[in-house]
Ligand binder design. Sequence first.
Ligand code: 13P
Length: 260
Amino acid sequence: MHTPDTSSPSTPKIVVANWKMHGNLQRNQHLIQQYLQGLQGDMPCEVVVCVPYPYLAQMQHLLAGTALHWGAQNIAKFEQGAYTGEVSAEMLCDFAARYVIIGHSERSTAYCESDENIAEKFMMAKRHGLIPILCVGETLLEREAGVMERVVGKQLETIIRLFGGEAFADTLISYEPIWAIGTGLAASAEQAVAMHSFIRDTVAAADSAAAKRLKILYGGSVNPQNAIQLLHQKEIDGALVGRCSLDAEQFIKICQAAPC
Ligand code: 13P
């Protein structure tokens, strides 16, 4: 077992709910009310809710003036134009969204998104003042072959090559091993810490100042039990939570697992 770091974190951890393609107006309202009730008072961490596009207006309505932030799960790589079905970064800003998930493997695999495409979206988010949450991670085959650092390194290097290491300042990266997403099999704290250290070192080699201003989350089967161990690692700045974010009780417990 990796020994938890018991020192207080210098900045609060960030717990992001990724609702994926779940919800409706009524259920969302209920879930957000439960979140707000459960998290009232001293917030143990920063909380962000990333919802499907149609519900951004609802989040703005329900969350403006609260401690919770909201965001989306993707953006177009273009500013505007004839791109049927796409949603621009500027449109997210109309609903005061603050965060956007970029390059989630459920999208990049289903829609064959290249690392270059993802890099363009990452910069588009930044240009509009949104905080990108860049997802990186390897498949089980890649981990078994021992090439996980090469895979994650390539995802980062694409952004570094196109936009420089400074692009990572004040952004979030979420290490999401594909084999851990939705499987109930989270990475161990050791595995996550090792990859988080590799990610920070890779960014630091390109721009050490940016690496200090980067937060690295872990995502993949985070639940109230493993959150305690994961969120107490100093290398892990927070969590990106899928399934358990749809259950208010579990999500609140994950938030409360963050060290105060
Ligand atoms: P699960 O928490 O359901 O494994 O999903 C993780 C994820 O994909 C977060 O973006």
